[in-house]
Design a protein around this ligand. Structure first.
Ligand code: HEC
Length: 108
């Protein structure tokens, strides 16, 4: 019985530790509003994350350019519909999300 209680205590400590971990890039994309207009594989208002990854594949210095574009907004790379600016998204979070998009937005 004591062992079981110990196990339960240990597993809830583990849960607490993992809850304190950084949110996943996918969760950040949700909480920063990106998924309102973007989806992993289908064009919504904006291009799919997969097409963005394909378009910029192999461009070493693209990360910073895209982070700036998301922060400041803009149009013209995919068509006339502009992406609004995201002044409330931190550069740190945008770096995580954009790196994840460029990696092909894996589910995990
Ligand atoms: C209101 C809709 C909308 C929201 C919200 C939005 N986007 Fe976009 N996004 C667009 C559109 C439209 C484009 C295409 C802009 C263009 O043609 O240059 C785009 C383009 C992009 C691109 C490619 C830019 C380029 O120059 O090729 C990236 C990367 C991107 N979005 C990431 C994000 C991230 C990350 C977020 C969340 C912080 C986000 N978007 C939120 C509509 C949106």
């Amino acid at each position: 019985m004591k062992k079981i209680i110990l196990l339960i205590a240990l597993s809830s400590i583990c849960n607490l530790v993992s809850a304190a971990d950084e949110p996943s890039p996918a969760a950040l994309a949700g909480s920063n509003g990106c998924l309102i207009c973007h989806n992993a594989s289908q064009k919504l208002v904006g291009p799919s994350f997969k097409s963005i990854a394909e378009k910029y594949q192999g461009q070493a210095d693209i990360q910073k350019t895209l982070v700036n574009k998301v922060r400041n907004g803009g149009a013209g790379s995919w068509g006339k519909i502009p992406m609004p600016a995201h002044p409330d998204s931190t550069e740190a979070n945008l770096n995580i999300i954009v790196a994840w998009i460029l990696k092909g937005s894996p589910a995990n």
